[in-house]
Design a binder for this molecule. Sequence first.
Ligand code: SF4
Length: 224
Amino acid sequence: MTYSVKEIFYTLQGEGGNAGRPAVFCRFSGCNLWTGREQDRASAVCQFCDTEFVGTDGTLGGKFSTAEALALKITSLWPNSDKSNRFVVLTGGEPLLQVDEMLLEALHAQGFTIAVESNGTVKALKGIDWLCISPKAGAAGVDWVQKSGDELKIVWPQVGFTKADLDHFANSAELQFDNKYISPLDDITNNILHKDNIKACIQMCLDNPAWKLSLQTHKITGIR
Ligand code: SF4
């Protein structure tokens, strides 16, 4: 297996239940819900993506021919030899198109707790320590196959999801998530004010307390 990686960097996790925790981010190239090309955005299943995931030309990006090689590169960014707090976030693009058992084993061998951020259209492997699923409206009901995990994160407001959908997600026995977050859409295409989306999310939490607010603190603090 050759892994295509857009970028690897050390920062703080900005969102969800691990917000504030130091983490190595490994962003895999490619997604199954958008090509990443602007000319395809309007026809994509997921149209509000704010992530660069095409190619392997980001910080420490590249092709890694073995799981061990990628795990060692990720380990090289950890600031000390203490293994007790090591934390890696495998993200994308859609990381589960590439993450396999060998990579999970290689990262665990280096002492990492492994978080994965997925759009839910690919079944997750066992061995992931923290699974965040963020389904996209265009794929819901058709391709949303991973319906359990540590956190469900809905970007809101999201075209294609209604308040009734969110009430259903909050209370459905079919969705087995320990935490349910809504995250304000940072709309890059329609010029909708982010602060209005934050207000909409706050109101959603107040109306249905199954939801918790997740802010993109990396954007607020100006870290990567
Ligand atoms: S699923 Fe995630 S990575 Fe893929 S296009 Fe949508 S927001 Fe971007």
